[in-house]
Design a protein around this ligand. Sequence first.
Ligand SMILES: Nc1nc2c(c(=O)[nH]1)N[C@H]1C(S)=C(S)[C@@H](COP(=O)(O)O)O[C@H]1N2
Ligand SMILES: [Mo]
Length: 312
Amino acid sequence: MLIRHPSDILPSEITPPEVYRERRRFMQGVVALAAGAVLGAAGDAAAGPRLPGVRASAYRLDEERTPYKDVTTYNNFYEFGTGKGDPAQNAGSLRTQSWTVAVEGEVRRPATWDIDTLLKLAPLEERVYRLRCVEGWSMVIPWVGFPLRELIRRAEPTGKAKYVEFVTLHDPAQMPGQRTRLLDWPYVEGLRLDEAMHPLTLLAVGLYGEVLPKQNGAPVRLVVPWKYGFKSAKSIARIRFVEKPPLTAWMKAAPREYGFYSNVNPHVDHPRWSQAKERRIGEFFKRDTLMFNGYGDQVAQLYRGMDLKRFF
Ligand SMILES: Nc1nc2c(c(=O)[nH]1)N[C@H]1C(S)=C(S)[C@@H](COP(=O)(O)O)O[C@H]1N2
Ligand SMILES: [Mo]
């Protein structure tokens, strides 16, 4: 993120809004999912173990899904290197077996979830979301997971819980990037409690119907589709409920460039580049970046009365 500069701006394209109201397509999707035919139909060569019992959801987009190949070979995961191809190349050293997620802090029921129990915490659904990286590229990814609020509900936050902190595994033996001083490890992200409770906020355990590839943040990662991609912390080991806004890894590294909120906003430029447009991976022409990444109808009310230039 600190290194790459998005290039020139090209004429706009009009991005269609979400069409999950489009009942017909939705039903087609349900049938396709039930038949397990979605991957074949998309021509995507998914490689990993399938996740059983994944339901279709109403979260669908009338936009082409980014091919599996691109989703799993063009990544940001600095624990495994800064090149886009590095995570796919190097994440093999991550051990995702016997993984646990500690839920702690201002909760009545702190717990340590092992990954198998976590997978059964709520029904798994497929949700197709846009992902907009702060660097100026975007993808459309069919995640598999469940709303984070399902986990939060079970943890029973106390009245003091105002924010949620997400902490990636810290183990330089498994994550070679953590032997560098690129960031102040471990990777930390945060949300306001109401953002974390929002129905769009997903705890993802898979994509394209299969177990999450390591380079995409196995075994469990956050997906917050209306915020820049870096808010969606990968390979989460801790979820901590706190009173004060967490100091995130990117805020520590470059406080002028990365704020706590980091909502996708075409009207608030990064100090070093415009955020008005984006390049969808696989496309040639840039398209307009949408306010809240196109999820404004669902999330704008979270920020009513806030100056989003100040709270960037
Ligand atoms: N732990 C960790 N999480 C991370 C990152 C990272 O470097 N480390 N990169 C972020 C960034 S900048 C983006 S755009 C997304 C990319 O997710 P993807 O590779 O699955 O598309 O992951 C985010 N989560
Ligand atoms: Mo990003």
